[in-house]
Design a protein around this ligand. Structure first.
Ligand SMILES: [Zn+2]
Length: 383
């Protein structure tokens, strides 16, 4: 399995050569775009390159690698345009805000410096130091074609594309599982096969989201143009906030899993969240975590888990919050907001923790079912 990622790195001091090269690059893109548009239908990258190469080199003065990258990019762009039958054949205009480099051919990089071929020869640019980025320079990642982009903030960023092959693992090799549930008071609650548990607090996030929610309702009822603009502004703000929180929580969850030698992280499959069952409607409002935010949290967990070579598994979420973890008795009455109390056997626990334990349990069951069905030689008997 291949892991791919884009690491965004800020160029400390972009200079005129960079600005000019980017301008030239987009001139080249637009020249080629013009030719391809006149062609009336998509064209293969190689054929296009043959037509435009000498003009890019001689008249526009672009370097040879760029003169190859440009027709390839433009050809790809028109090809996708043509795929969508509803979109009509139209000329694409490229702004001088992005250019593509090929690793080793016209860029090399280390933790501190990116060296790229500009129109004024090869130049080294210092990049801002990011602690989280250090790991991508440890030699285990391969670098792919990457982009230099001018962002809205006026700064230049190198979008380094990286790739790494990691071994495939199977759930049937697993012995320690961890269930993760979304909570009311906590963003998430995790529980492992070894009965280790952890509550992940969202801090201020709950209040903030409620604040945004009421503001949204107020602005929506107004319906004026300025209210709509404000709505857009705040929803962007809220999304960035949630994204940030989800990154932190997913990181903490995977760290906890690693500390406890967990090989499978189990989550509820909430993809049917919109057409949800009664059981799920209440879940939607839990922790005021809207569906996209929860889905994002799951995606982040999945991704970070994969990097840590931990499997992510999804279970059917039916009744996880209403089932007693001790006697399996299912009842809506078992749960009273924060507390779980089994009506049959009297078992008591934090409601979210009970949910996480059920998720863990169900995943372990799933694995044993696979095993008993003879999908593997039964060598694992861990409990
Ligand atoms: Zn019970």
């Amino acid at each position: 399995m291949f892991l791919t990622k884009t690491v965004i790195l800020k160029i400390k001091k972009p200079d005129n050569d960079l600005v000019e090269t980017m301008q030239k690059y987009s001139d080249g893109m637009n020249y080629v775009s013009n030719i391809l548009f006149d062609n009336g239908k998509p064209m293969g990258a190689m054929k296009l390159q043959k037509i435009v190469y000498s003009h890019l080199r001689e008249n526009l003065g672009l370097k040879s690698q760029m003169s190859c990258n440009i027709p390839r990019q433009v050809a790809g762009c028109y090809k996708t345009l043509n795929k969508d039958k509803k979109t009509k054949w139209q000329q694409v205009e490229f702004a001088p805000t992005s250019m593509t480099f090929s690793y080793k051919r016209d860029f090399t990089i280390d933790e501190n410096t990116v060296k790229i071929t500009t129109n004024n020869g090869r130049k080294a640019y210092s990049i801002l130091k990011y602690n989280h980025a250090t790991q991508y320079f440890d030699g285990s990642w391969k670098y792919q074609a990457s982009k230099l982009a001018l962002h809205n903030d006026g700064n230049y960023y190198f979008h380094l594309s990286i790739e790494k092959e990691i071994p495939d693992k199977s759930i049937t090799d697993a012995s320690t599982f961890m269930g993760v549930d979304v909570g009311i008071n906590y963003l998430a609650v995790a529980s492992t096969t070894d009965k280790k548990c952890k509550f992940f607090a969202g801090g201020e996030i709950k209040n903030l989201r409620n604040h945004y929610k009421s503001m949204r309702a107020r602005l929506q009822s107004k319906g004026t143009l300025s209210a709509k603009r404000k709505l857009k502004y705040f929803s962007g703000k809220e999304q960035r906030l949630m994204r940030d929180v989800n990154h932190k929580i997913s990181k903490a969850i995977v760290k906890f899993a690693l500390e406890n030698e967990v090989s499978v992280i189990s989550l509820e499959d909430l993809t049917g969240i919109r057409t949800s069952t009664i059981n799920k409607i209440s879940k939607r409002n839990r922790y005021t975590h809207s569906s996209w935010a929860y889905r994002q949290l799951q995606t982040f967990i999945e991704y970070k888990a994969r990097e840590a070579e931990i499997i992510t598994h999804y279970i059917d979420p039916a009744f996880t919050s209403q089932t007693c973890n001790r006697c399996n008795h299912i009842s809506k009455d078992n749960r009273n907001r924060l507390t779980f109390r089994c009506m049959k056997c009297g078992y008591e626990n934090n409601a979210d923790l009970n949910g996480a334990m059920n998720i863990e349990h169900r995943t372990r069951d799933f694995r044993y079912t696979l095993e008993s069905q003879g999908c593997l030689s039964a060598t694992h008997t861990n409990t």
